[in-house]
Design a protein around this ligand. Structure first.
Ligand code: GLY
Length: 354
């Protein structure tokens, strides 16, 4: 898999103009969703190349991450005369970069694409690292391909229009990156001030560090055969909590489920791999204060366990695959955990987050 260039920019229009002109292409396409078409496209529409680009706009949110939407993007590319030498820009959150990346990676066996993520979650996770895809048959990201963008351009200016919930959702992935990297990074994340006005300059620097952590992991293992599984920390239980919450009246954002998943999985790390108790408590306290709690009880454990058995990261149908830590930055992939231990970690969640 080729390496993608990640550009943390100070002037989006200048950087994007340079990146576009470094490509040789015949036609330029720009994919947005209805929100980014209205709110983000105006930021770059004065660039001359963008003025001549063909716009493709899709519906917002995960509900539209479907084969039908994908097909509508392929159709527009095809009917607008896209060739293998065309270039696509995906401007949006994770849904746009995932679906747009997959559309580009498969159209005429692949055209180059540039990601411009507009949410914190997509800046630090979805747009970086080459995972593309759509939901299918009721399962998230069931169909997809590893296909890196040629460039990812990150401009934290977009964050100023995000609500607090979406900032916190992306921040959970940053917290995960801190936990798999080093103490210094984790400490900086734990003490970031969300009570007063957000310091966006500092946040931009922290985003750069967070993305660098992910890039380093992906470079070593682009197709998730080994160390890339460290990026799944918090996600085994997190995905189960996310699926559980999707069945409720108030579905939780992905990053919230990951943060809650981290609480249980750090507990598992403590009992199985000796993860230090004080770091477990400090991280749990931060999550409790900033993410609140998803309510469930021991009556829901079987249901949650059932969701975990369907996780596509499992290597066989009768075991659940975890990434655990012995300490910050000390990663143990492919850990199996008994059902009793998983239930104990859910007890820990319910007792400490309550
Ligand atoms: N979101 C985890 C990964 O990119 O591997």
């Amino acid at each position: 898999m080729s390496k993608q260039e990640v550009i943390i920019c100070n002037n989006l229009c200048n950087d994007l103009e340079k990146v576009i002109s470094s490509h040789k292409y015949d036609k330029l396409f720009i994919l947005t969703d209805n929100n980014t078409y209205r709110n983000c496209l105006p930021v770059i529409e004065n660039i001359s190349a963008i003025k001549n680009a063909t716009h493709i706009t899709i519906g917002v949110e995960d509900i539209n991450k479907t084969l039908e939407t994908l097909s509508s993007v392929w159709l527009k590319l095809s009917n607008s005369g896209a060739t293998r030498h065309s270039l696509m820009i995906n401007l949006g959150g994770g849904m746009v970069t995932d679906l747009g990346g997959f559309a580009a990676a498969t159209f005429k066996r692949g055209i180059p694409f540039i990601n411009i993520p507009t949410t914190l979650l997509s800046m630090v996770d979805a747009a970086v690292g080459g995972k593309t895809g759509i939901n299918f048959n009721g399962l998230k990201n069931e169909i997809g391909a590893f296909a890196p963008a040629s460039e990812v351009i990150i401009d934290s200016e977009f964050l100023k229009t995000l609500d607090n919930e979406n900032i916190m959702s992306g921040y959970a992935e940053m917290l995960k990156h801190g936990l798999i990297s080093n103490q210094e990074n984790w400490k900086e994340l734990i003490k970031f001030d969300f009570c007063n006005d957000i310091n966006y300059d500092l946040l931009q620097q922290m985003i750069a560090k967070s993305v660098a952590i992910k890039e380093k992991v992906v470079e070593q293992d682009p197709c998730e055969k080994g160390i890339r599984k460290s990026l799944n920390l918090g996600h085994t239980i997190g995905h189960a909590l996310e699926s559980f919450s999707l069945q409720s009246e108030h579905p939780s954002l992905h990053g919230y489920a990951v943060a809650w998943g981290l609480v249980s999985e750090l507990y598992l790390s403590h009992i199985k791999s000796g993860f230090p108790k004080d770091i477990l408590w400090k991280t749990t306290t931060f999550i409790k204060e900033h993410y609140g709690k998803l309510h469930f009880s021991c009556k829901d454990y079987e249901k949650l366990y059932e969701f975990m058995t369907h996780d596509k990261k499992n290597e066989s149908s009768d075991s659940i695959n975890f990434t655990l830590l012995s300490n910050i930055g000390e990663i143990n992939i492919n850990q199996t955990v008994s059902k009793e231990e998983i239930f104990e970690s859910l007890d820990f969640y319910c007792e400490t987050m309550g």
